[in-house]
Structures are given as C-alpha cells and as structure tokens.
Design a protein around this ligand. Structure first.
Ligand SMILES: [Zn+2]
Length: 331
C-alpha cells in the first residue's frame, strides 16, 4: 500500500451504513449518542451490555501552529474508534458529548497566564464535575465507563485517576478507566507496538533527539493527518523549543520541534493509540484484566514546584469567587 492509499484508508470514518450493516449481524451492536436519546430509548438500553464513553480534552494553547482543541480532536477520534470496537463485540456504546474542560495548561508550568488559547478550570472543579457526572451515570444503572482523554498534564491525570478510583471503589460492579495512552488497564497491543515502531522508523536522528512532549512532532503529525486545514504551514520552519526556554520571551508555547512532523507519522501514531485503547476496552469486557485496587493518599513529594504553584493559584481563584458569593449573600 503506498502512503496515499494508507492515509486514505486510515482516515476513512466508520459510516452509518457500515454500523447498520454490522448491527444486522450482531443484534444490539450499536453506537448511541447520549445527547440524541429520549427517555423511552434510555429505558430500553440494556445496562449490563452497555459501555459509556466520555471524550475529554481541554482548550489549551498548542503553540502557533496547532489549534487549541488539539487534545479534543485526538480524544474524539479515539472515542469513535473505541465505540465502533465496542459495537463489534456485541455491546452498546453510549457516547457522551465531548467535554472541553480540564486543568493544568502547559503555559501555567512556568506560571505564564493568561496565554492565548488556554481556558482551564481549577483542578478541584474538574474533579468534582467528573465525580458528579459519573455518579449520575452509575445511578442511571451504567457500570462500565471509559474516558478517552487527550490531555496528559500531571494534575489533570491525577484528578482523572482519583475519579476512576472513586467510581471503582464506590460501585462494586463498576469499572471506570481512562484510555488514550495515559492511563487505564495495562494491556499490550502488539499491533500498536508495531505501528509505533513503524512511526519511529520514519524519524530522523535529529527528530528523535528533539522530541519534546507538547504540541511537538507527535501532536503536529496527528493533526496533519486528522485536521490538516487546522495546522498552520509555519510548522515547517518551527525552531526547537525546550523546557529551558519556558521562562523566556522566545518560548512559543510548544516543546520539541514540530517541523519534523508528517501526516504519515500521525496516521501511524493515531492508529497505535486507537489500537491500545481498543485492546484496553476489549480486555475489560472479556474480564481479562482485574479491576484496579484502591489508590493511596497523594504524596506531597510527588508534586513538583511548578504544579504546587498551579494548585496555589487554584486556591486563590476559589477564594476570590467565594468571597464575592458571600459578599452578595448568594446561595
Ligand atoms: Zn496536547
């Protein structure tokens, strides 16, 4: 298969016709969108055979070449692939609308806020919002919940871990995990490993050396594949940005060297993420992985100084809001 054909094949979305045709083969195998169902349809869903999928990202600056919702585009794509795989296994996938909320943007690490394109919420708000949502999902009778997450910031991941643990420890027959390569059951996907290896083979030694971790080769490549019209062509001239530059005026908001990105690398890396997520969900549905045990208290030493400063900023914000509410006598 040449590169063009590969890209076309990987980009092709799952059509409604394909789902309907598949539904005819496997009864009950379907993808429902939570926003579209009425009360009667909700009543009819077989809870025991349903998997809830929540695509999650955050509007966060991704430098001058990528859109603020880069994490969301990736999370939604993975969520759609997971939903299709769930349906293929004879389960119903109940897809929630994309939640564009998260905490801990990259520009906050050097304490630089506001930054164009970053719209975060406090970590405690983020955790409470998700705990409320999954409590409602559980009370509606659903027991398997997977979050397709695109935002790998440490505080965001810590809060997500806590929400999963809350769900898993509160509902004995519940299983909640985060997919998308950051968290979730440890499941090896040989296919994903092969795709990652293939993608790595396309990187020059310089590109390998200059991988940075935010809006870099990985995310730029995936967006060149997924939403090429949203990638500013300036990425082809993008200079390397390092962690050491984050305090300087010359820092552009990304880490790494996006100029090495290609759509072909993106296609392979995104497919690898999907394969991993699908393998994780299938392993849970097959009962092949144990439910995670209780989580320990957060160790203060596990949070670095920049992220402690972000938490302190969160507390300041909360104080300001609460003072205003109290002053106005609002309930
Ligand atoms: Zn990102």
């Amino acid at each position: 298969m040449n590169a063009g054909t590969l890209l076309a094949a990987l980009r092709r979305p799952l059509t409604t016709a394909a789902l309907v045709a598949f539904g005819a083969v496997a009864a009950e195998a379907q993808v429902f969108h939570a926003r579209d169902l009425n009360t009667e349809q909700y009543k009819r869903i077989d809870r025991a055979k349903t998997v809830v999928i929540i695509p999650l990202g955050v509007l966060e600056e991704h430098g001058p070449y990528l859109p603020a919702d880069t994490d969301g585009y990736i999370a939604e794509h993975v969520a759609r692939e997971v939903a299709a795989a769930v349906a293929r296994k004879g389960y119903t996938a109940l897809m929630f609308p994309f939640v564009p909320l998260g905490t801990d943007a990259m520009n906050e690490v050097p304490g630089r806020r506001p930054w164009p394109g970053s719209f975060v919420i406090r970590s405690q708000t983020f955790r409470a919002m998700l705990m409320d949502l999954v409590t409602n999902i559980a009370e509606a009778g659903f027991r398997k919940v997977f979050v397709s997450n695109g935002h790998g910031a440490p505080t965001n991941v810590r809060m997500l871990t806590q929400v999963c643990a809350y769900f898993n420890e509160t509902y004995d027959d519940g299983y909640m995990a985060v997919l998308g390569g950051f968290l979730g059951p440890r499941v090896q996907s040989p296919e994903a490993a092969k795709l990652q290896q293939e993608a790595a083979g396309l990187l020059s030694p310089e590109a390998k050396r200059e991988q940075g971790g935010h809006a870099d080769i990985d995310e730029t490549s995936i967006m060149l594949f997924l939403q090429p019209h949203l990638v500013d062509p300036g990425y082809l001239e993008a200079p390397e940005n390092t962690w050491g530059m984050m305090d300087s005026e010359s820092w552009l908001g990304y880490l790494g060297t996006p100029k090495y990105a290609t759509a072909q690398i993106g296609a392979l890396r995104l497919k690898a993420r999907c394969e991993t997520a699908v393998a994780q969900v299938c392993a849970v549905l097959d009962g092949a992985v144990p439910k995670p045990g209780p989580i320990p208290p957060t160790s203060d030493a596990s949070i670095d100084a920049p992220h402690k400063a972000i938490l302190a900023h969160d507390i300041e914000l909360e104080k300001k809001q609460q003072e205003w509410i109290a002053k106005k006598g609002l309930k």
